[in-house]
Design a protein around this ligand. Structure first.
Ligand code: AMP
Length: 420
């Protein structure tokens, strides 16, 4: 199949110039499918993960519409509204709009929690062409009368599955109710569970469905390896690996905030520049950590799943699963941070015997075997692993395994001291 050019997809000149300047020589599959449909004004529901180029797929047509639209910007009003689940993702989407729209004169801002409201109130007061926001903070502004959504013509929900996982459904419904019914709507999600499907059906008008992520497979150009190692020996193993200069920019995943902090502290002590990023860190600290990582000042970033979702940093050489995720989908998201836009990448998993069940789930989902670098998959450890059971929503709990790696019958409230 010959790949169409951005011109053939209908992208107008000032936008094309920015895409060229970014080095986008050709559109990605989601862009090829979505851009013409969105330019036509169709509602779209896209099954696509971060890393597929989906931001440009919706940002470019929206800006092209805003350019030719006749609606004037009015005080406190918004023309295009993009909702994202996390602060990092919202900031990243806003950066993308600014990059792709650098030759246009569209006014935009990003509104997220964890930072002062005053500059946001000021930016909203002037009226905006594009607003990227997390649902909670936007709702605060809406209630306080700092913004009105009755002039919204374009509405995007990004990472729909993660929004629902994070409990935003009611906020989203309230926001959508404040937006005119006649609008152009799009929803993107990495997975399509029933609740996301339901949301899509309730807010989209005869949407076209696009699926660009074979969700059960992981990127072919990622070299996936596993070290069988006891939990207690993982930090030492990480420090040993980092002595190799090939580990240039390393994203390390843990399941909990607590372990993320401990790993980052241990690395700092061992002489490796490292930061931790998770939901308990202030917005400022998270942005600083991302900046240090992006610039190369910090070689290692230790993150939890939610904090890292959507992080778009080029040239991550290695993703290390310091702890395996209890949901195999998360593994696919995690390792997708490396090997972006065609580059090769390496994903390494540290597997304690108590995590054998998680590894089996991952290999079953991805239909791929990880290359064993060290150790063997010993018998599953009988000891309970306290971290696994902490503050996990019921939906996740039900998919979890017990310490023998067998699927649990999912009692609603199970004490960690109970023997499996
Ligand atoms: P996204 O899925 O929107 O987060 O994009 C993932 C990465 O792909 C970002 O670093 C984009 O800059 C990059 N990207 C988006 N579109 C293209 C393209 N057509 N060619 C090359 N890289 C792209």
């Amino acid at each position: 199949m010959t790949i169409p050019s951005f011109t053939e997809l209908g992208v107008a000149e000032p936008l094309r110039r920015s895409l060229e300047a970014e080095g986008y020589s050709e559109p990605t599959p989601i862009q090829i499918k979505a851009i013409p449909l969105l330019l036509e004004g169709r509602d779209v529901v896209g099954l696509a993960q971060t890393g597929t180029g989906k931001t440009a797929a919706f940002a470019v047509p929206i800006m092209q519409h805003l350019l030719v639209g006749h609606e004037q910007r009015r005080p406190k009003s918004v023309r295009a509204l993009i909702l994202a689940p996390t602060r990092e993702l919202a900031i990243q989407i806003h950066d993308a709009f600014r990059t792709y729209g650098r030759h246009l004169h569209l006014r935009s801002t990003v509104v997220v929690g964890g930072v002062g409201q005053s500059p946001q109130i000021k930016a909203l007061a002037a009226g905006l062409d594009i607003l990227v926001a997390t649902p909670g903070r936007l709702l605060d502004h809406l209630k306080q009368g700092n913004v009105r959504l009755d002039a919204v013509t374009h509405l995007v929900l990004d990472e729909g599955d993660r929004m629902l996982d994070m409990g935003f459904i009611r906020d989203i419904k309230k926001i959508v109710a404040a937006v005119p019914k006649k609008r152009h709507t799009m929803l993107f999600s990495a997975t399509m569970p029933a609740d996301v499907e339901q949301l899509a059906n309730s807010i989209l008008h005869q949407p076209v469905r696009l699926d660009v992520s074979p969700p059960k497979r992981t990127a072919e150009n990622i070299d996936q390896r596993v070290y069988f190692v006891a939990q207690a020996d993982k930090r030492a193993l990480l420090a040993t690996l980092l002595k190799d200069a090939a580990f240039e920019r390393v994203l390390v995943f843990t399941r909990t905030k607590h372990v993320a902090n401990r790993v980052a502290q241990h690395l700092e002590k061992a002489g490796f520049a490292a930061d931790a990023i998770h939901g308990n860190k202030s917005q400022g600290a998270r942005q600083r950590a991302l900046e240090r990582f992006r610039s190369g000042e910090a070689r290692v970033l230790v993150a939890t799943d939610i904090a890292a979702r959507g992080i778009d940093i080029d040239a991550i050489s290695h993703v290390i699963n310091f702890e395996l995720p209890n949901e195999p989908d998360s593994y696919v998201h995690r390792i997708g941070r490396t090997a972006r836009a065609g580059a090769a990448g390496i994903a390494i998993a540290f597997c304690d015997p108590a995590e054998n069940g998680y590894l089996r789930d991952i290999e079953q989902l991805t239909k791929a075997r990880l290359t064993v670098v060290q150790g063997k998959q010993g018998p599953d450890a009988p000891k309970p692993e306290r971290d696994y059971a902490r503050k996990t929503p019921f939906r996740e709990r039900s998919a979890r395994r017990n310490n023998n790696g067998r699927r649990r019958a999912a009692p609603r409230f199970m004490s960690t001291s109970q023997s499996p």
